[in-house]
Design a binder for this molecule. Structure first.
Ligand code: DX5
Ligand code: ZN
Length: 206
């Protein structure tokens, strides 16, 4: 069973609302990119109150937190329709306390690995995570080329834990889909492939 999460990377609330409007009724859940301009060289809306006032139209949202010091901010991001938070392994010093923190606020935790971050950084924690997210690009921008070296990490994690949901973010398209699914990915996050398509609904179903 493959799930597709439309990925929303926008710089103002109005543009996020337009993306929500475009996929409401088509999907149940979206992936929202949050960037602080520090962990990545780009910024998006980094304002939980503003995001919470959007008209989410019943959609759940998985927050992709591309921010430094996530442990200081996750409480502010625990909005009512947040279905999970994804934190980057590269910025976590103490995985155990992060896992406890998310458990305490009752939010499922996904851990993202940048293309060059090895899978052993996350393997000790697989039983405590809702999913692992493999980045197919360096985080920061949409519409970059997919780094096929990461397929090996997906295969390895799939072997380590056959029931683990594995998300992929960055460079997901019709071209990369087959290899991703074959390697073991179960959640495909896609931004430009969907939102730049002539027909978003057709692109989603494909
Ligand atoms: C990159 C973001 C991705 C991005 C994906 O830093 O985390 O979610 O929006 O964009 P595409 O699908 O165009 O590679
Ligand atoms: Zn993302």
């Amino acid at each position: 069973m493959i799930t597709v999460w439309p990925a929303i990377l926008e710089h103002d609330l109005q543009s996020i609302q337009q993306r929500i409007n475009a996929v409401a009724g088509l999907v149940e859940e979206v992936h929202l990119d949050i960037m602080d301009g520090d962990f990545v060289p780009n910024t998006t809306v980094n304002d939980p109150a503003g995001i919470s006032r959007l008209d989410w139209k019943g959609l759940k949202v998985s927050l992709h937190l591309m921010i430094k010091h996530p442990e200081l901010q996750v409480r502010n991001w625990a909005l009512s329709n947040v279905s999970s938070m994804v934190v980057h392994r590269e910025v976590v010093n103490n995985m155990d306390s992060l896992i406890q923190l998310l458990h305490g606020i009752n939010v499922p935790l996904g851990i993202a690995l940048n293309p060059h971050t090895p899978s052993y950084e996350v393997t000790p924690y697989l039983d405590q995570l809702a999913f692992v997210m493999i980045m197919g690009v360096e985080p920061g921008f949409a519409a970059q080329g997919f780094n096929s070296d990461v397929l090996e990490k997906i295969r390895y994690l799939r072997e380590q834990k056959p029931t683990l949901p594995i998300a992929v973010d960055g460079g997901v398209s019709l071209k990369t889909k087959a290899a991703l699914v074959e390697a073991g990915a179960t959640i495909l996050c896609a931004n430009s492939y969907l939102f730049k398509a002539d027909n978003l609904i057709e692109a989603y179903h494909e």
